[in-house]
Design a binder for this molecule. Sequence first.
Ligand code: GTP
Ligand code: MG
Length: 196
Amino acid sequence: MTTTFIKSSETLEQCPTDGRPEYAFIGRSNVGKSSLINMLTNNAKLSKVSSKPGKTKLINHFLADETWYLVDLPGYGFAKQSKTEREKFGKMISRYIAQREELTLLFVLLDIRLEPQKIDLEFIQKLGEEGVPFALVFTKADKISASAQLANVERYKKNLLETWEELPQIFVTSAEKKIGGEEIRNYIKHINEQLS
Ligand code: GTP
Ligand code: MG
């Protein structure tokens, strides 16, 4: 995959207007969105990564194979941000999700170590209500054992099945150990083929 950074946008109006399909990455600050994009594109320097939450502050478009976009978004739920800042990012994200017609699929990232978090469950619930297509990506799998990974994913599925009839597509990844990238790339490829 060849990928090029196209632009950073503060508003929907500034986003690219060529109509190419987009795959966006969302989740709490520090969950590993930018790291996942770098893993998927085999480019460690494509999107800026930081151990401090709140690194990505704009809507970042990366063009892949000159045909589709990867979109890195700011995280949600960063407690140390000021209320005004949190609201600003919240609005940016919710407008993008609700109104961006090019948005083909949203990858919602979840830290595999954590039990289901209210903020993520509410976010997923909202996607369901708005009819936004999404998949779940567990991140940082290298931080726990294989059996704990399995148990935590099962716990999440069980939780989702309390409100959902069907489970979304689920991926388990590690940007650190480069796990799960091929599956996500194939999934995107498959959807792109259906679009064309
Ligand atoms: P914001 O832009 O602030 O919302 O964060 P983000 O979701 O883009 O997270 P980012 O990719 O910047 O990663 C946050 C921290 O988690 C960095 O220190 C990464 O090195 C680390 N990290 C990300 N993915 C993994 C992973 O799979 N394994 C491990 N061990 N660390 C990871
Ligand atoms: Mg980021």
